[in-house]
Design a protein around this ligand. Sequence first.
Ligand SMILES: [Zn+2]
Length: 540
Amino acid sequence: MKNLSRNILRATLGLPLQGLLLRALFLSCVPFVFGGQAARAQSAVGDGYCGTGSAPASTLRWIEGLHTSGVLNELATEQVQSTVFLPIKVHFIGNDAGAGRYTLEQLSRNLCELNNHYRNTGIQFFLRGDINYINSSAWYNLPSFATAGTINNLHNASRVINVYFCNLSAMQLCGFANFPGTGEPATTFRQGAIYLSIACSGAGNSTFAHEMGHFLSLPHPFQTTSDAPAAAGAERVTRLANEVAPRLPANCATAGDRFCDTPSDFRPDRWNCPGINTTERDINNDLFNPVGRYYMSYADDACQDSFSVQQKAAMKATVTVTNGQAGPRLYLTSPPIAPYDTILDSRPTHLHPLNNSTNNVPNLTFRWNRVPGATMYLLRISRQFTFTTLIEDRIVNDTTYQYVGSSLNPNVDYYWSVKAINHKVTCGSYSASTTGNYWKFRTVGASNIRDMVTTADFRFYPNPAGSDGGWIFLEESYAKDQQTQMEWLDIRGRIVHTQVLDGDGIHQALFPAGGLAPGLYTVRLNNERGGARVGRWSLR
Ligand SMILES: [Zn+2]
């Protein structure tokens, strides 16, 4: 990303936002980009900047050529009529422990919104392949474009749009993307990627649509013009080719973003639509009046709802063959999308565990009804009905999932839900019970009964004990809701004493040692669910 433009430097350092950012920096120990985002989040959703630099000369020549060949003006309508499907490969970057990463709920909703934003462009997107989970704190808090290049080299898949979700606050960015022919690795089918900030990828954020526009050749509408709005090379406001001297004629096809149906724009910072209330003028002394509804502008997300006709035609030309000319990302349409079905209702019915039921762990099995058209199910489990922190967040390719992890604790309430999707259809909701968008279950017993090998969960007192015996202290998982048999074995392995502990919640039991000879004994605990413990106790 060597063509990081002066636009971005201006955007991050030279504009009114600076005051807010600096105040937050001095008032708080919180990294100032968070303070700045929080302060601005009150007025708009997803504020923040795009790190995509100026479009390279190759992209600008490509769009100019589309003017020359008539594609933008003559074929625009025809271009968007037949839909092409472009594959997206998703990479989730989390910290070293896998925490902090984007969730499947957020991804499915974001893909749904992306396809809605592109619904009139003749382009739609679908998931190809599994999600690539990357655990790296150094990459999760992405420090630089160079690091992104390193990640691309290692992880980019071929013939797809590689999209990475991570934390871009250190770079003060909402996202960035590579234009065709730029980025790492320098091999056409794997080249470049889109990086999206998790903070700017919530509901209603249009960051994904904006960065995808760059990936499909679209410059910012203020490209170059924002550097010097009144310069001869800036895009002029006029659209007339026959202006009378000393006024200069329109240059929209060869300046700015090269599109003539996006009004000249000079504004490389976030602004609220519709009125820009500026006094900025171009070389003809005409007032700029940019349009904030286009996704490629820097207007606030809430303003944006469309691409211009010429922007749509250029994106479509980028991934197809027009007038005998292959677009620079034609490779994305081969191989074509697999067939997909619609999904009328994304919410399966739960079969197990039943709502408000009590269940044993481990090996708890989750089951739900098949949903017509679905090929994947998003399963999530949480301690909170809000699903704020997820214990499980996974794609299941069947209607059954057996939990084998160790994060479900005994005697705790959990919430779970499932959403049916396929590689193209990701809209809809998670399953709902009558009480909310979740089902609830409680666990009994201990989740770690089978794999404990130490004696840390029970102990004897005193040790060694005298002839009057002693006490055994049990951890709660053995003391509650299940019977445990205690066996004493002498040094030759013979069972010399047995005793049943009732599991009535009492953590200690008296052991009468009368009749046993002094020496070292092995004590075995076996509970009714198959758990086993072994310890040693000496008698004096
Ligand atoms: Zn951008």
